[in-house]
Design a protein around this ligand. Structure first.
Ligand SMILES: NC(=O)C1=CN([C@@H]2O[C@H](COP(=O)(O)OP(=O)(O)OC[C@H]3O[C@@H](n4cnc5c(N)ncnc54)[C@H](OP(=O)(O)O)[C@@H]3O)[C@@H](O)[C@H]2O)C=CC1
Length: 705
């Protein structure tokens, strides 16, 4: 609402802008304010200065003081350092908007694209002390008076988005909502990199950029980036929001900043006895809404009828059709009631963006993190720097409350990368430095980051206690997607598929149509081996129905002879619902590389000469132990080895054992930390047995626990 005391229309508009409580309202009041003051936000380089000059209002002045202080930081070099850069940021979630602010302070032309046209997320984010300090420095309190008052250390996602949207707009960022990014338009002629959008006639489609930052959330990862799956014990998260009427009675109810079963067994036992609800942990924050996030045990969800039927596959288990929505509402309601001592009066669910009670159930069993935080694409001599921030870089486990703090750390690291890019540092160095810093992210905690919040800046050295900017060397582990050779238009996947088809054609029962499901019976793998090593496997003795045997036979040969460890067990390969395509691509790429420079020798293919394929255009680097290449001088017809598929060579797995259970650990099911490998399911707390997350444990060097 307009401040009634403001008689000057621009002051009233400014007040409306500051107080606006929806995305649309912010955008409308901002555009009216600009119109009234005759300042053009498209003139991004001088917009902020002109706005300041023309809005002579005491309330605005305290805001300018804050923003000026930030903008004057030496890292931004008066907004000169990226003055020539054009940045497209995907996603106006908290991380996308926070990134846009930093890039604008560096002087870049910044456009943000967001497919939603409203900010409707009630869920509440835990803030580490540095994020509170950071947001105060961006005048969060001016836009949202209740920001972290007293001991509060959280904020709803939508309030955070509103604050960051307002700051972005004031700094000259163009925020386009209701528009979806669909991919890239590659440079041609005079034009540079552009975006394919929906709606396709959206004016932002004309924006040419040299930096692309994806902050599109957990489900959006742009072309070229690969994600690692971190699979753990089943972990089912439930979030729910109730209306906060801000009454005295509600104010009395204590928050629960995080209680895990191990620390309060009685609480969880009483909850179970009284309600039948069995939880691992629960968090309760009183914010715009009463927000709860909890991890529930499958058994109790089944018993209470929330999950209708038991499935071992988490996707099927939590599929919409398998969840009784009414029972889920009851479950969440009862858990919230009990954990607040039945003291929250008249609890009513808040509504989500679809106008439904805001309760949701999520699977945290399998979480993702990107293998690389950055890459460079180059087409027609035009380079595009790409970076990931927020959930599309690392998906957080919500009950731990690390999401936004690590999200903002990655935002600053990304801004530092763009700064180096703007300064014209060689792009390999820029990428290597970004990847070096990325290695620290999952280990960061409030304790091991610097406490000197006032000195925090985009410079990593001000935030991380021990940072080695050169741990990844410029020639290592950095992604450059260059122009494919002119004659080859096919993608790396297509090239690999074609190679596999070429070298498995003509075998009975083998038809390679794709890079995952066609490999299930093991026959295609055996055929591939037979093409390059004809005497190793007796193809006529294999049967399609004997998939475990076939797969184990192939796995053993590939590991023993070529040093390529299997990515999963033979039985998973044979029976698992879906074979993960990226993992299979990784596996087949290694086989391709190992057979590199070999001539296939099977009669049928004897005329086919292998030439190295441009798989390097899609740099597939998973962290696997180094493997041996087929030696160019190795005899083509090796003596016939018939590995025993049931008892693979024990020597092979010596360095691939789980530190805890000493059983073989396959690439797909493993995690590594402290220089050791573990099954995801074995990585549990020594005291209470709950599954641990990377970065969420302490390791005793002496006892090894
Ligand atoms: N507790 C919770 O409920 C949630 C918490 N978070 C937390 O918030 C923090 C910040 O998350 P952040 O990384 O910023 O991600 P967010 O999910 O908050 O924001 C990403 C935004 O980008 C939009 N988007 C996705 N794809 C496209 C596309 N192709 N074109 C245009 N827009 C697109 C998404 O829309 P859409 O969502 O419709 O795909 C979403 O609005 C993290 O800590 C995260 O864990 C984030 C989400 C929920």
């Amino acid at each position: 609402m307009a401040n009634q005391d403001s008689t000057n229309p621009s002051h009233a508009l400014f007040d409306q802008f500051v107080q606006a409580q929806t995305c649309k309202e912010v955008q409308c009041t901002f555009s009216e304010l600009c119109h009234h003051l005759q300042v053009d936000p498209r003139d991004y380089q001088s917009f902020y200065t002109k706005l300041k000059e023309r809005l002579n209002y005491w309330k605005a002045k305290s805001l300018w003081v804050k923003l000026d202080k930030r903008a004057q930081h030496q890292d931004y070099q008066q907004g000169e350092v990226c003055a020539k850069n054009k940045c497209l940021v995907l996603g106006a979630g908290p991380c996308g908007l926070r990134t846009a602010i930093e890039l604008a302070l560096l002087g870049a032309h910044v456009v943000v694209l967001e497919k939603r046209d409203s900010f409707s997320r009630n869920n509440v984010l835990h803030l580490w002390p540095y994020t509170i300090y950071d947001l105060r420095g961006l005048a969060a309190k001016k836009f949202y008076g209740k920001f972290c008052t007293g001991a509060l250390d959280h904020i709803s996602i939508r309030q955070l988005q509103l604050i960051l949207l307002k700051v972005s707009l004031l700094l000259g960022v163009e925020v386009q909502t209701g528009v979806e990014f669909k991919g890239f338009v590659e440079p041609s002629g005079d034009t540079g990199w552009m975006a394919k959008l929906f709606p396709d006639n959206h004016p932002a489609g004309k924006f040419q950029f040299d930096v692309f930052i994806s902050a599109g959330g957990g489900s959006f990862v742009p072309y070229g980036f690969k994600r690692k799956e971190l699979r753990g014990k089943l972990a089912i998260g439930i979030t729910c929001n109730f209306i906060n009427r801000h009454t005295a009675a509600e104010a009395q109810v204590a928050e629960i900043s995080g209680v895990a079963r191990i620390y309060n067994q009685k609480f969880f036992q009483d909850l179970l006895t009284e309600t039948g609800i069995d939880l691992e942990n629960i968090v309760y924050y009183k914010d715009d809404t009463h927000y709860f996030v909890m991890t529930a045990k499958k058994k109790s969800l089944l018993k209470m009828g929330v999950i209708k039927q038991d499935f071992s596959d988490a996707g099927k288990l939590l599929a919409r059709v398998n969840v009784d929505q009414e029972a889920l509402l009851r479950y969440a309601y009862d858990a919230a009631q009990f954990s607040t001592g039945h003291c929250l009066p008249d609890m009513q669910f808040a509504q989500n963006h679809a106008g439904q009670p805001d309760v949701a159930m999520f699977d945290f069993t399998c979480m993702h993190r990107a293998e690389n935080a950055s890459l460079v694409r180059e087409r027609k001599g035009k380079k595009l720097l790409m970076g990931l921030v927020g959930d599309c870089l690392v998906e957080p486990f919500w009950p731990l409350g690390t999401g936004i703090a690590r999200g903002f750390l990655a935002v600053f690291d990304t801004a530092w990368m763009v700064r180096s890019w703007g300064k014209g540092r060689p792009h390999m160095e820029v990428l290597a430095e970004r990847e070096s810093i990325y290695q620290l992210l999952s280990q960061t905690t409030p304790e091991n980051t610097s406490k000197k919040y006032s000195t925090f800046s985009i410079d990593p050295a001000t935030r991380y206690q021990h940072v080695n900017l050169n741990s990844v060397k410029a020639f290592q582990n950095t992604l450059i997607l260059a122009d494919p050779p002119r004659s080859r238009k096919a993608s790396a996947f297509e090239v690999l598929l074609k190679w596999c088809q070429q070298h498995t054609a003509g075998y009975d029962g083998v038809k390679v149509k794709d890079l995952n499901q066609s490999w299930r019976s093991g026959l295609a793998l055996c055929a591939l081996i037979n093409t390059f090593r004809p005497c190793v496997i007796d193809m006529s003795s294999l049967e399609e129905s004997n998939a475990v045997y076939n797969n184990q036979l192939a796995f053993n040969f590939l590991e023993r002879e070529l040093g390529i460890p299997p990515i999963m067990s033979a039985s998973d390969m044979s029976f698992k619902g879906q074979i993960d395509k990226l993992s299979m691509v990784h596996y087949l790429t290694q086989i391709h590389d190992a057979f590199n420079e070999r001539t296939p020798t099977k009669g049928l293919h004897s005329q086919t000469f292998y030439s190295p394929l441009p798989l390097q255009t899609f740099n597939l680097q998973l962290h696997t132990p180094s493997r041996t290449r087929v030696s160019p001088v190795a005899p083509l017809s090796a003596p016939k080895v018939t590995p025993d598929p049931v008892n693979p060579d024990p020597e092979l797995s010596s360095n691939e054992e789980c530190y805890f259970c000493c059983q073989r650990v396959y690439v797909l099911e493993r995690i590594s930390t402290e220089g050791k490998l573990f099954h995801r399911s074995c990585f549990t707390c020594h005291q209470c047995g709950t599954t641990l997350r990377l970065g969420g444990y302490t390791f005793n060097q002496h006892t090894g626990e």
